[in-house]
Design a protein around this ligand. Structure first.
Ligand SMILES: NC(=O)C1=CN([C@@H]2O[C@H](COP(=O)(O)OP(=O)(O)OC[C@H]3O[C@@H](n4cnc5c(N)ncnc54)[C@H](O)[C@@H]3O)[C@@H](O)[C@H]2O)C=CC1
Ligand SMILES: Nc1nc(O)c(N)c(N[C@@H]2O[C@H](COP(=O)(O)O)[C@@H](O)[C@H]2O)n1
Length: 279
């Protein structure tokens, strides 16, 4: 076994069991459907914020739940984020658990494929972007960028392809409020047909809000949320789906989880559940 880099994380066997019912099956017994197993996972504050502001990389997870997120990454074939997160965080989006490819093992086994939703191809990545540094070091995969632009910038395309990434065109749909958004079923079908049997969606706020809409929430197989014991205060990137109303026009909860389990984890608590439309 190669020696693991200094930023390698340990996630002990004893902490893994509770997650198993909420993860893609390991024995390959994923139902023969065209969609990947899809997990929504993110870390939030007590006031439902993902970050202090849209441009701010904000640490919420404690060390144990951070290692858990990296274990989740090892258990999914892809990680989806929005371009807002790519621009704000310059994330690595690799898996740093000891024993995966690049962290004590040769190759890239256990390394998920980063997938960035960037409808207008506005992300100005370069050789210096963290993702590409990790590719050069053999510790992560190059991203796939999901876009509605037919001919993305040729220089960006060449750079992306040099590292083994690519732009993937996916059509947008117009919502009832007139917004353009990604056609989630088409995106997930496309990812599955390109070999991703499981994906975890990490955020940010816009991505999560659109997935928790009545149209798309049933695409989620599992929801795993880390709740950190902190209030970020006003001005944060808040997770708050659109309101729903009953037939009499009364507001009802937008989404309620079912089959819920709570696990204290260091100073955080991890909530696992499944999505259910509220009655
Ligand atoms: N605490 C956590 O676990 C996480 C925190 N974050 C934080 O969230 C913040 C970024 O969140 P946001 O600004 O909301 O950005 P975002 O990551 O949701 O990206 C927003 C952009 O992505 C595209 N996009 C997203 N959803 C789309 C859809 N359904 N259809 C079409 N295009 C779509 C659009 O171009 C949109 O402007 C950052 O500060 C980041 O640090 C991000 C991920 C996880
Ligand atoms: N699980 C979790 N906890 C936090 O406190 C976070 N801020 C995030 N953010 C997500 O992780 C990405 C950063 O990943 P790398 O460490 O650079 O690989 C960030 O972009 C968010 O998607 N997640």
């Amino acid at each position: 076994m190669d020696s693991a880099p200094r930023d390698a994380l340990d996630f002990p066997e004893s902490d893994r069991g509770f997650l198993e019912p909420h993860l893609p099956p390991q024995d390959g017994s994923v139902p023969q459907i065209d969609l990947p197993f899809t997990t929504l996972t993110f870390a939030t504050s007590l006031d439902s914020s993902l970050a202090l502001s849209p441009g701010a990389r904000t640490v919420l997870s404690g060390p144990q739940s951070k290692a858990m997120t990296h274990y989740l990454r090892s258990r999914h074939d892809g990680i989806i984020i929005g371009v807002g997160t790519a621009v704000a965080d310059d994330p690595g989006l690799n898996c740093r658990i000891t024993g995966v490819g690049g962290y004590g093992q040769p190759g890239l086994d256990g390394q998920p494929r980063p997938v960035v939703i960037d409808p207008t191809a506005r992300w100005e990545f370069s050789d210096d972007s963290k993702l590409f540094q990790l590719c050069r070091e053999g510790r992560g995969r190059a991203p796939w960028i999901i876009t509605a632009v037919e001919k993305p910038n040729a220089k960006k395309q060449a750079l992306l392809e040099r590292y083994g990434g690519r732009f993937i065109p996916v059509k947008m749909v117009r919502t009832h409020t007139g917004r353009h958004q990604i056609d989630w079923p088409e995106l997930l079908l496309t990812l599955k047909s390109n070999g991703l049997g499981s994906v975890m969606i990490e955020g940010g706020g816009h991505v999560i809000k659109s997935l928790l809409s009545p149209l798309y929430m049933s695409l989620l197989d599992s929801v795993i949320v880390t709740i950190a014991p902190t209030w970020l205060g006003e001005g944060g990137v808040v997770v708050s789906p659109d309101r729903r109303f009953d037939d009499d026009g009364n507001a009802i909860s937008a989404v309620r989880l079912k089959n819920v389990k709570w696990y204290p984890f260091g100073e955080d608590v991890v909530l696992c559940g499944q999505v259910k439309l509220s009655d």
